[in-house]
Design a protein around this ligand. Structure first.
Ligand SMILES: NC(=O)C1=CN([C@@H]2O[C@H](COP(=O)(O)OP(=O)(O)OC[C@H]3O[C@@H](n4cnc5c(N)ncnc54)[C@H](O)[C@@H]3O)[C@@H](O)[C@H]2O)C=CC1
Ligand SMILES: O=C(O)C1=N[C@H](C(=O)O)C[C@H](O)C1
Length: 233
């Protein structure tokens, strides 16, 4: 498979290594806004860029009729318009806030736990996410996905990173040198606490998941999620 890497930073480079190990070829690398998009020798595009570039990168791939997956976070206010554009173009698109198998299992765990906790109003929920200091967005895309799952199953109506507030899930977004990604959810009452936590030890899980998603999506049409790829949940 010939892969276009839209974004060639920490994730682009990790994806390149894993893709080559799996006998794929990197035929296009984009790392600046002014780069030329020549998709003529590409089967699929993988966008791990910056929040301000994701919509343009995804649109360019859809315009060239190239299936595109995106792991870039911090641009989700435009997600629905990208879905509409993909459908209009009869194209192929997949976004995931987190491509690792471990976090996708953690999403399922979070769903089940929030269903169990839904009616138990003596517990309050909060979240902590820790990432490296170069991260541009806060909270993380993964934390937003986790918060949305909890909102679906409990009385919480929204999330906030500002300060703990009634009816809002407080997300404490910490930035610490070199941390690849840690997410912990806590339900606290006066009597006890329940905590679930995922810790990424490096970027390999994200990169492997992205390559597996690209292999899976290559010959499909439509809008997909990692649940479709991993067949879980
Ligand atoms: N969904 C997931 O599983 C994961 C998502 N991410 C997200 O992926 C994104 C990238 O993360 P990193 O690689 O760690 O960041 P990074 O900062 O190392 O790499 C981003 C790259 O994008 C390039 N870039 C800037 N403008 C661009 C443009 N117009 N077009 C294409 N590339 C451009 C930059 O030069 C840089 O090399 C972030 O949004 C991060 O939150 C990161 C890890 C896992
Ligand atoms: O920027 C990162 O590094 C990561 N970003 C993703 C997010 O915002 O959730 C996924 C992962 O946690 C690493």
């Amino acid at each position: 498979m010939n892969i276009a890497l839209l974004g060639y930073g920490r994730m682009g480079k990790s994806i390149e290594k894993i893709a080559i190990d799996r006998n794929h070829h990197i035929t296009l690398k984009i790392s600046e806004p002014e780069d030329k998009f020549d998709f003529s020798n590409c089967d699929v595009a993988i966008d791990f860029s910056v929040p301000s570039a994701a919509v343009r990168n995804i649109t360019k791939a859809l315009d060239a009729n190239i299936p595109v997956i995106s792991g870039t976070t911090g641009w989700l206010e435009d997600y629905e318009s990208i879905v509409d554009y993909c459908n209009k173009k009869n194209g192929t698109f997949l976004y995931a806030s987190n491509f690792s198998l471990g976090v996708n299992i953690f999403f399922e765990l979070n769903k089940v736990l929030s269903e169990l906790m839904g009616g138990l109003n003596d517990y309050s929920v909060s979240m902590e996410e820790i990432h490296h200091t170069q991260k541009l967005d806060a909270p993380s895309g993964t934390a937003i996905t986790l918060a949305e799952q909890i909102i679906d199953n409990t009385h919480y109506k929204n999330w906030t990173i500002e300060k703990p507030e009634a009816n809002k899930i407080y997300i404490n977004a910490k930035r610490i040198k070199d941390v690849p990604g840690t997410h912990e959810i806590s339900y606290d009452s006066k009597i006890d606490s329940i905590n679930i936590k995922h810790t990424a030890h490096n970027r390999q899980g994200f990169a492997l998941g992205a390559v597996i998603a690209a292999e899976w999506i290559k010959d499909k049409k439509g809008v997909f999620t990692m649940k479709d790829v991993l067949n879980i949940g």
